[in-house]
Design a protein around this ligand. Structure first.
Ligand SMILES: Nc1ncnc2c1ncn2[C@@H]1O[C@H](COP(=O)(O)OP(=O)(O)OP(=O)(O)O)[C@@H](O)[C@H]1O
Ligand SMILES: [Mg+2]
Length: 385
């Protein structure tokens, strides 16, 4: 007898059977990719950005769209950026047609004679700077490799998407990089460049501030929770695989606790499934509440780490926003009630928390902590709940 496997996955990219809902977002992003429209997807951590893009690309791949992806948070130097881009381009765009790769790299050789790209095995490209390298060799190679997606799209007559995940980390590597990217990207109509960023404030600023190199280079897209009508059937069928009965109220409880935030929904469903499968117990709201404690315990280390990285002022502002989100403003009454400092220090705190993606502007005038479990952790563990 094969063991029944917990169907819920949290952490990392999900696609295929582990991906729920988002039909409208998938359709919108697919349409942009097909038409070569650059997109900026900025949303807090764990909202499902990378998964949405992966699922979209899997769908448009069936129509012949080719895609390459890098994660900028794992790049530690410009040379490494060249290598990761070359690898991604080779794996996603060129490999099935070695000829396209050879044509493209021949073009590179003309531009940059000191550089050699070697295809090592089926899934790897190494990149070396030859002897006599000059200081600009890395930059010139980067410019050349950034042009490759467009070259390949034209050579193969295919649509291409290039995904730069955690994009906010690139300008941190070198503030000059966005200008290099822009110069290359704006000459590639057949390539949809998809930029993802989890530090919402930081990444948005890069694309909306007039004096920034990325200004208006991509169409902004937002990503909210997954609609409960879309999530419900996914949850019901996954939970039922524990071999017990599932009360509708339990599913509703999961979605109200997580507010449809995808990571927490999967985490809470996963712990609920585990408890049900172990105890052979019906899945009811009480079981969900017990599983919620499991999620909280699992996450509290990360919350504590985040908390440790905040200044005293930022902590006070965060606690105040959690306690009283609608009132959050620079108004004297709000500052006095929550024992905050001057209007300018509060403003600084709000801005810093927003840049880190911990706070969003709420409606109509207040602020909100989008992460429902962090909100509860701050509220109860930090003495306001
Ligand atoms: N459409 C979806 N259906 C079901 N679960 C999802 C979906 N999208 C995301 N998730 C859940 O959320 C988790 C995080 O998703 P993902 O890594 O795509 O988010 P992200 O916004 O890219 O996060 P980060 O900013 O940390 O990179 C996944 O591991 C999965 O549990
Ligand atoms: Mg991601």
């Amino acid at each position: 007898m094969s063991a029944v496997v917990n169907p819920f996955r949290y952490g990392g990219i999900v696609s295929g059977p582990h991906f729920a809902g988002r039909e409208a977002e998938l359709a919108a992003l697919a349409a942009d990719v097909r038409s070569g429209q650059n997109v900026l997807l900025a949303a807090p951590r764990r909202t499902g950005k990378s998964s949405l893009v992966a699922e979209t690309l899997a769908r448009v791949a069936r129509e012949g769209v080719l895609a390459a992806r890098i994660d900028c948070s794992s790049v530690t130097s410009e040379a490494e950026l060249v290598e990761q881009l070359a690898n991604a381009v080779y794996l996603g765009l060129a490999r099935p047609l070695e000829r396209a790769w050879r044509r493209a790299t021949q073009m590179l050789a003309v531009i940059q004679p000191q550089v050699t790209f070697i295809v090592g095995g089926a899934d790897h490209v190494t990149w070396t700077l030859g002897p006599g390298r000059h200081p600009h060799a890395v930059r010139t190679s980067l410019q050349a490799v950034l042009r490759l997606p467009g070259e390949i799209a034209r050579a193969r007559g295919r649509r291409v998407a290039l995904v730069l995940d955690e994009f906010q980390d690139l300008p941190r590597l070198d503030p000059a990089l966005p200008a290099v990217l822009r110069a290359a990207f704006q000459a590639q109509d057949e390539v949809a460049h998809v930029f993802l960023g989890s530090e919402e404030g930081v990444v948005r600023e890069l694309f909306t501030t007039r004096d920034q190199a990325m200004f208006r280079l991509a169409k902004p897209m937002t990503l909210g929770p997954i609609r409960s009508d879309e999530f419900r059937s996914f949850l019901v069928s996954g939970l039922a695989s524990a071999g017990v009965s599932v009360e509708e109220a339990a599913v509703a409880r999961i979605l109200s606790l997580t507010e449809g935030q995808p990571y927490y929904t999967q985490a809470l469903a996963s712990f609920t499934w585990l408890r049900a499968a172990t105890a052979r117990a019906t899945i009811d709201p009480d079981l969900v509440m017990a599983a919620k404690g499991d999620v909280m315990r699992a996450e509290s280390g990360l919350f504590a780490q985040m908390w440790a990285g905040l200044t005293a002022n930022q902590r006070r502002v965060l606690v105040a926003v959690v306690a009283d989100p609608d009132g959050a403003s620079l108004a004297d009454a709000w500052r006095t009630e929550h024992r905050l400092g001057s209007a300018s220090s509060v403003q600084e705190g709000l801005a810093a928390l927003r840049r880190r993606g911990l706070l969003q502007r709420g409606s109509p005038s207040g602020y909100a902590v989008p992460d429902p479990f962090l909100r509860q952790w701050v509220g109860s563990e930090r003495g306001t709940g």
